[in-house]
Design a protein around this ligand. Sequence first.
Ligand code: DAH
Length: 346
Amino acid sequence: MSIQEQLLNIETEAVTKINAANSQVELNDLRAFYMGKKSPLAEIMKSMATLSIEDKKVIGKLANEVKVRIESAVTERRAYLEAEEVNKRLKSETIDVTLPGKEFKVGTSHPLSRTIEEVQEIFIGMGYSIAEGPEVEVDLYNFEMLNVPKGHPARDMQDSFYITENLLMRTQTSPVQVRTLLEKKGAPVKILAPGKVYRRDDDDATHSHQFMQFEGLVVDKHITMSDLKGTLQLFVQKMFGDSRKIRFKPSYFPFTEPSVEVDVSCFKCGGKGCSMCKQSGWIEVLGAGMVHPNVLSAAGYDPKVYRGFAFGIGIERVTMLRHGIDDIRNFYLNDKRFLEQFKGEN
Ligand code: DAH
């Protein structure tokens, strides 16, 4: 076989293989093999040393042409493979813009959380600070220092979950009153304390063994019952509407004297009487009173100098009244059908 034939054979073989290469890696290997220092082409070039000058010229030219053609075959194949790769990706990554998108479910805050936020805002607007206390409370703060000694009949209504004889799940947010007074050591107090409370109770449409309350406490030198009344009137108007009125009914709480239950004029019928207010025109919303001197003195405040008012509001109750919810258990069941109804409110 002449050298020319050998060269052309190498070219045919190389170009055929290059055109059949299916990946860049394969192509690189082929290029290295046919163009490298130990390639068949290089071997032939080396053997040219023995040729005459005439032959060297002819064969050298042909060898170069073969080299150039192999190189351009590689370049073409590379471009082809790249284009194919792009096409493949375009096909596999196509987006059908007509397909329906994934639905992003936007959550809502819980109706009870909304009530807490709103009530807090109302009282913060009146200069109150938010206070907190533990849900596991000592008997001393939950009862004793609130003027409810051991054996007091008022304890019956607030039987609870006891951890030890003197440690219980707090039955009310009122112990935060004691904690705050002890902390303030005789200085004026103006706090709102939201939180969970626990009672051994029947679970029915209006009762739950766990629920939430707001405790309010204001103590200063010249606090009177009219301050309490003005505060609650404003709260009720902001919460239930500008035209709402309140009325005080005498009541009993061991930690206040006098004690009152506070009614708000029915926001459904405006006071005429309907099923919501049981035809009375009034709805009971909270308990309140003037802080009992025993509570003040137990916490180190001189009741001859200091006076105060306190109130307790049921968070679930207020929320049920505002939204016409008839079963307290709805709040705790995590039923989306219930919760979604409060989407977008506030
Ligand atoms: N702690 C009372 C309860 O759970 C509610 C209450 C009534 C709180 C009158 C007060 C108050 O601060 O003055 O039934």
